[in-house]
Write a protein that binds this ligand. Structure first.
Ligand code: G3P
Length: 227
C-alpha cells in the first residue's frame, strides 16, 4: 500500500519524508488555504521535496473551466495529479483530461456508483472519504471493499485512495479492504509507530543492559533518547 501525506504544509512534509515511507502528497482547497500561499508556488515547493504523485484540486465547477484549470495545473510539474470533485461536470472534465493523458484524482467520492463513473471516465485515482462516511453512521471500509470488487470484476485500473483517514485503524482496515493508497494526516502517520508494549519493552531492555554493564566502568550507560 502507498502512503501519501494529506497536507500542503512544507514542514510536515519535510518531517514526514525523514521516515522514508511517504510515496506522495494530497492537497485540497482547505489544506492549501491553511498555508496562505498561492497554490502554484506552494505546489512547486512540494514537488521539489518529493518525487511522487502530488494531487492538486481544481476550484472551478464547470467542465470547461475545470478542463482548462486542470491543464494549467498539470503544466506545473510532471508529478501533478489533477484532483476533480465527483460532480456531473467533474466527470465531463475527467473524461477530457484523461483523453489528453492528464492524470486525475476524483475526490469527494462517497458511493460505489460514483467510483464506477469515475473509472469509466478514465480516472487515475478515486478518493472515497471513509471518515466522513463513518461520520454518518455508515461503514467507509465497506465502500472501499465494494469499489475494489467492482474494479477487479471489470478490470478497471483506477487506483483506490482511502481518504479522510482518522486513525491507524483506518489505515490497517483500508489495507485489508484492498485500497492501493492511504492518504494520512501527519498526526496519523506518527500514531502508526506507537504501541505501549514497544515503549515498555525497549525501556526494559535498556534498563537491563544498563544494570548489567553499569558495573563495568568502560561501558557508558545507555539512555533512551527521544528526537
Ligand atoms: O483527504 C481528505 C481529507 O483532507 C479530509 O479529511 O478528516 O476532513 O474528513 P477529513
Amino acid at each position: 500500500m502507498k502512503f501519501f501525506l494529506d497536507s500542503a504544509n512544507l514542514e510536515e512534509l519535510k518531517n514526514a519524508l525523514e521516515w522514508g515511507i511517504i510515496d506522495g502528497v494530497t492537497t485540497n482547497p482547505s489544506l492549501i488555504a491553511k498555508e496562505g500561499v498561492p497554490v502554484e508556488d506552494q505546489i512547486r515547493r512540494i514537488c521539489d521535496l518529493i518525487d511522487g504523485d502530488v494531487s492538486v484540486e481544481v476550484v472551478s465547477s464547470l467542465a470547461g473551466e475545470m478542463f482548462e484549470e486542470g491543464k494549467q495545473l498539470a503544466r506545473i510539474h510532471p508529478n501533478i495529479v489533477v484532483k476533480v470533485p465527483m460532480i456531473a461536470e467533474g466527470i465531463k472534465a475527467v473524461s477530457r483530461l484523461s483523453k489528453e493523458g492528464i492524470r486525475t484524482n476524483v475526490t469527494l467520492c462517497f458511493s460505489a456508483a460514483q467510483a464506477l463513473a469515475a473509472a469509466k471516465a478514465g480516472a487515475y485515482i478515486v478518493s472515497p472519504f471513509i471518515g466522513r462516511v463513518d461520520d454518518l453512521g455508515w461503514n467507509g471500509l465497506d465502500l472501499i471493499r465494494d469499489i475494489g470488487s467492482i474494479y477487479s470484476r471489470y478490470g478497471f485500473v483506477t487506483q483506490i485512495l482511502a481518504a479522510s483517514i482518522r486513525g491507524p485503524l483506518h489505515v490497517v482496515e483500508a489495507a485489508k479492504a484492498g485500497a492501493h493508497i492511504a492518504t494520512l494526516p501527519f498526526k496519523v502517520i506518527e500514531q502508526l509507530f506507537q504501541h505501549p508494549l514497544t515503549e515498555r519493552g525497549l525501556e526494559q531492555f535498556l534498563t537491563d543492559y544498563n544494570n548489567a554493564f553499569e558495573k563495568i566502568p568502560v561501558m557508558r550507560p545507555l539512555q533512551l533518547k527521544r528526537p
